[in-house]
Design a protein around this ligand. Structure first.
Ligand code: NCD
Ligand code: ZN
Ligand code: ZN
Length: 373
């Protein structure tokens, strides 16, 4: 009889940084396809960012539109962020959006949906207002070239507001956040799988397909980032699942325009489990950085309600048609080895995945501040 692979059962993952793109002019993903990729990648909850191209989540109407679509088509619960930019003039909308949103997203640097750089000072009014409206809901920072000390000392320092620094690509940022934590400030920092498993070298061979904001790091820095994650100086892993179609990426390649972002949520946990096998990170840290801590940042606690059983087989990510679930149809992790296929996923004893297949109805989970019930 063939030997069955070893299995492990761990809490389901939580991804507080994804872009599902619906509704928007970017047709690479839908809530349905993105949430399916997340479910089959071991996630029980994902949080959707506000920069929908052509339709940023700046109003109550758009927030409710997203929620309706999520309710109708998502495979797992999806929380949404409110967006506000200095030019969005939506201070009258924020009070209405705050109760329905999991946090506020601020884009201080150029990326999909934002074409310019801002300084911390440009956002102070928005942050102050958010602090009044939703004192417990985090401010998520896409930093760009703004001064990190200045951001943290205002949001986490002066306002005392929970602040999360998204997608670090440099150990110096981790150091700044560490210093702020030592002063007792409520600040956390996350890293994406592409900033630890890929390097700036990949841009030479993959071109636009390896471009995102912030850019891939030099190899010595990716190694340091992995170490900082393993030691707990970096709090969480966030996928920054940012789908663009292959055609869009190719187009940008030929017009030297920019199309920042890469998909990949279905491979986050398997890449980390492979890193564990290689002795680069402990199981305990993986669970903390992909489940406990991200849930804590957005004010939720899922364990012990959600569990995923992984068959610990090693596989190569080599067939996009077969293995990629995201509607984008491609992955930046092609060619890499990974460990783990989801066998079973449960939420409060309700089975969502059985024998590797999605079963039953879509989960109907009510989220309440503090717990998923
Ligand atoms: C993201 C996207 O495409 O929405 N792109 C990226 O390069 N990371 C936006 C973002 O997170 O900055
Ligand atoms: Zn960003
Ligand atoms: Zn993002």
């Amino acid at each position: 009889m063939p030997k069955l692979p070893e299995t492990i059962t761990i809490p389901s993952a939580v991804d507080i940084h994804v872009h599902l793109r619906e509704p928007s002019t970017n047709k690479a993903e839908t809530i349905e396809s993105g949430s399916k990729a997340a479910l089959l990648g071991g996630f029980a909850l994902i949080c959707d960012m506000s920069n929908n191209p052509g339709r940023p989540t700046w109003t109550l109407r758009r927030t409710m539109d997203k929620h309706n679509r999520i309710w109708r088509t998502s495979y797992i619960p999806v929380a949404t962020y409110a967006g506000s930019q200095p030019e969005s003039n939506n201070e009258r909308e924020l009070p209405k959006m705050a109760p329905l949103s999991i946090g506020l997203k601020s884009y201080l640097g150029e990326t999909t949906g934002n074409s310019r750089e801002y300084a911390a000072a440009d956002f102070k009014d928005i942050w102050q207002l958010w602090d009044l409206l939703a004192p417990e809901k985090p401010i998520m920072i896409h930093r760009g070239s703004a001064d990190l000390d200045e951001i943290i000392s205002f949001t986490a320092g002066e306002l005392g507001h929970r602040t999360h620094i998204c997608h670090t690509n440099h150990p110096d940022e981790v150091e700044i956040v560490h210093r702020a934590k030592r002063e007792g400030l409520p600040v956390t920092i996350g890293v994406c799988p592409h900033h630890i498993f890929k390097t700036s070298h990949d841009v030479l061979t993959e071109g636009e397909f390896a471009k995102m904001q912030p850019p891939l790091a030099h190899q010595t820095d990716t190694e340091k980032l992995m170490h900082l994650l393993a030691e707990g100086y970096i709090d969480i892993v966030e996928s920054d699942h940012a789908p663009h179609t292959k055609a869009k990426k190719w187009g940008a390649e030929h017009t030297s325009g920019s199309c920042y972002g890469v998909p990949g949520i279905e491979f986050v946990i398997p890449l980390l489990l492979r890193a564990e096998k290689k002795g680069r990170i402990s199981r305990e840290r993986i669970v903390n950085a992909t489940s406990t801590m991200p849930a804590y940042i957005v004010g939720l606690s899922l364990s012990p309600y959600t569990k995923v059983t992984w068959a610990m087989e090693e596989f190569r990510i080599e067939d996009e048609q077969e293995q990629v679930i995201s509607g984008s149809g491609w992955t930046p992790y092609l060619g890499m080895l990974a460990v783990g296929k989801v066998q079973r996923a449960t939420v409060k004893d309700k089975e969502l995945i059985c024998d590797g297949l999605i079963v039953g109805e879509k989960p109907q989970i009510v989220t309440r501040r503090g717990t998923i019930i």
